[in-house]
Design a protein. Structure first.
Length: 57
């Protein structure tokens, strides 16, 4: 089961993923219950950033 159950099938850009990651840390702390969501977003952000670099090359 995905830690992001409401994630649409469309791919988000690295900027959109970064924004969602920042929202999780809005109060300066990451609640333990949100850690799986954070980790999934970071992995998706890294993949989106890598894809952008590969397209630029």
């Amino acid at each position: 089961m995905s830690p992001l159950p409401h994630e649409p099938e469309t791919a988000l850009s690295a900027a959109e993923l970064n924004s969602r990651i920042r929202e999780l840390w809005a109060d300066g702390q990451l609640p333990d219950a949100r850690r799986p969501e954070y980790e999934a977003l970071v992995l998706k952000w890294a993949a989106a950033a890598l894809e952008r670099v590969e397209h630029a090359a």
